[in-house]
Design a protein around this ligand. Structure first.
Ligand code: UT7
Length: 370
């Protein structure tokens, strides 16, 4: 008997505040036209001050559990993908576990930057296949805005905050993750690096949150196309599936031109590629599960559909999963959980963020060690 991981539910949570290209162009030497043409991005979300990755993750998790008709106490495993944890330790997953009322099993974080959710999906899928767990929650959640260098147009226009989660359930049916490919171009790790986050900077007078992005856009672009299209071809060939048999591609969304290039190389028509980058930009580990939730809501995922989910990110990590969807494409229940309303406009949040970086004494009145 082969066990597989069937997707039983999914849910997303996007912060309320939106920042448009035009608003960014009022602060940076850029334009709506440039951003749209070069990336496909129109706007992105920014979390409210005080909102943490765990807050976004918790809301997404509650929605995913409702959609699967489950509670936190039904879970055996929680894997949370993030590059922006609340703390380096304890894991953000541990906080979400406690707040969900999950009483058994492991909860831990996975870090593969933008590819993190798909890597986390593999970890959970393997645990279910091995019988270590029967139900698992896999979350992709990122709070990038506090770590963004809002004065650097090369990166400030590209990213956004968000979270989404899926519930997996062990199944004996030929559903769920059918094939996977995970890889990493470690030799290219320095072409996408956020300076200022990590042990390399500890005790060197760097204030946490003051970052400088080392970012070679064109080189990342080339490796992303190579890694994602290669991983797509690899998984499809192993399953003996032709590109035309794929019903929907749900990819990591970093740049619309990257998606077009991957689709061309992997012989996948763009009409079958789900794109929502125009609304959110690159939300790193949250991008793929948010896209999956929206594709379901828009009824782009049919019962029994064959999905292809390629991703890439810092590392440079790359991956692709082939997932056979089950018979249910609608949620069992819905959850209306929201974070408290946020009165601040997005631009004000960014302004305050920059101010706190340049004048640390202007930081929030509460101690950061609370
Ligand atoms: O998930 C992993 C995250 N990584 C990525 O998503 C990165 C992948 N790479 C990309 O998406 C693209 O390489 C970028 C969108 C980052 C850049 O697009 P590009 O077509 O490769 O542009 P470029 O870097 O070749 O820059 C072209 C020009 C340059 O000016 P000059 O030298 O031609 O005068 C840049 O300085 O565009 C300039 N530029 C901008 N102009 C207006 C760069 N950023 C901007 C900007 N607004 N925001």
């Amino acid at each position: 008997m082969i066990l597989r991981s069937q997707v039983a539910g999914c849910g997303a949570y996007l912060p309320e505040r939106v920042i448009t290209n035009r608003e960014l162009a009022g602060r940076l030497d850029t334009s709506d036209e440039w951003i749209r043409q070069r990336t496909g991005i129109g706007e992105r979300r920014v979390a409210a001050p005080g909102e943490l990755t765990s807050d976004l993750a918790l809301r997404a998790a509650e929605r995913a559990l409702a959609s699967a008709g489950m509670n936190g106490s039904d879970l055996d495993l929680l894997v949370l993908a993030t590059a922006t944890p609340d703390n380096t330790f304890p894991a953000t997953a541990a906080k979400v576990q406690a707040r969900l009322g999950m009483v058994r099993g492991a909860a831990f974080d996975v870090q593969a930057v933008c590819a993190g959710f798909i890597f986390a999906l593999s970890v959970a899928d393997n645990a279910l296949r091995l019988g270590q767990a029967r139900t698992a929650l896999v979350i992709g959640a990122e709070l990038i805005s506090p770590f963004m260098d809002w004065s650097d147009r090369d990166v400030a226009v590209l990213f956004g905050d968000g979270a989404a989660a899926v519930v997996l359930e062990a199944s004996e049916r030929e559903e769920g993750v059918l094939a996977e490919k995970l890889g990493c171009y470690g030799d290219a790790r320095e072409i996408l690096r956020v300076q200022g986050m990590g042990g390399r900077y500890a005790n060197r007078g760097v204030l946490y949150g003051i970052t400088r992005w080392q970012f070679e856009g064109q080189e990342i672009f080339k490796r992303a196309v190579q890694g994602m299209s290669g991983a797509c071809e690899d998984t499809l060939t192993r399953l003996n599936v032709k590109p035309q048999d794929v019903d929907l591609v749900v990819p990591h969304q970093a740049n619309l031109r990257i998606l077009e290039a991957v689709a061309k190389r992997a012989h996948l028509p763009m009409e079958r590629v789900y794109v929502n980058i125009q609304r959110y930009g690159n939300m790193s580990a949250a991008t793929v599960p948010v896209a999956l939730c929206e594709a379901l809501e828009e009824q782009r995922v049919r019962p029994g559909a064959l999905l292809l989910m390629p991703g890439f990110g810092g590392g440079l990590s790359y991956c692709a999963h082939v997932v056979r969807w089950g018979s249910r494409t609608t949620p069992l229940k819905s959850s209306a959980v929201e974070l408290p309303p946020n009165e601040r406009p997005a631009l004000q949040i960014i302004r305050e963020c920059l101010e706190r970086k340049t004048r640390p004494s202007a930081a929030a009145p509460t101690t950061p060690f609370a």
